[in-house]
Design a protein around this ligand. Structure first.
Ligand code: ADE
Length: 226
């Protein structure tokens, strides 16, 4: 998989890809992530990429020309499955979207800034708009990093034990059951007996029950979606 991220703040997007699972996925060659600084695609003085909005009002808007130039340069090299725009008014990211995106070959992610991008960018180039939740960030970069993390960890081969993604919270519309590790008793706090029993069918049944009860208690809306 190849991910091209278009941003005015590439430095904000360095560290998420330099540690842990995402770093290993890149090292293993399972994903390539390329940053493109929008300022490299403008002919204007001071590398200007934004301007005041028509009709007046506070806040700058990213201009269409540098975005067009950047996207066109990328599209000249390869086909893209999705051109995604990060925006609080997009469809909210969920596990299903992450699963779907983990199966595609090439994606572009455009990070918004200031008041956003000229609407003509969205109309002409964007195939999918994603929000990470009902709150406004200063820009789309951190949201893009979240999309990348949720997608890359699902690419086959990225997690050393592939089944561990399959038992994640949300993977089957249920929250994950509680987990415990050593010691089996700490200051009187005990691990449920069944987990120490070695009876694996019983353990599986206990986990399924716990997952269901936890979901019913904390996120009953997930059960209604089934
Ligand atoms: N840009 C600003 N806020 C955002 C959000 N909540 N999701 C995605 N992109 C954003």
């Amino acid at each position: 998989m190849r991910i091209d991220i278009i941003t005015v703040l590439p430095e904000l997007l360095k560290s998420p890809f330099e540690a842990s699972i995402l770093k290993r996925a890149i090292e293993k060659g399972l994903v390539e992530v390329h940053m493109h600084n929008l300022r490299d695609y403008t002919d204007k003085s001071y590398n200007q990429v934004d301007d005041y909005q028509f009709g007046g009002g506070a806040g700058m808007v990213l201009m269409i020309e540098p975005i067009d130039k950047c996207i066109s340069a990328l599209k000249a090299e390869r086909d893209y499955d999705e051109i995604i725009y990060m925006t609080p008014d997009g469809e909210t990211l969920n596990q299903k979207t992450a699963n779907t995106l983990s199966l595609v070959e090439n994606i572009i992610i455009l990070c918004g800034h200031y008041k956003g991008v000229d609407q003509r960018v969205r109309d002409a180039f964007i195939t999918k708009e994603i929000s990470i939740g009902d709150y406004v960030l200063s820009g789309g970069e951190l949201a893009a990093a979240i999309v990348c993390d949720s997608v890359i960890r699902l690419i086959p081969g990225v997690l050393s034990n592939e089944t561990s993604a399959l038992t994640d919270t949300f993977q089957d519309n249920l929250l994950a059951p509680p987990v415990y590790t050593r010691p089996s008793e700490y200051k009187g706090l005990k691990v449920p007996e069944v987990l120490l029993s070695g009876n694996f069918p019983k353990i599986e049944e206990w986990r399924e029950n716990e997952a269901y009860n936890r979901t019913k208690r904390l996120r009953p809306d997930l059960l209604k979606d089934q």
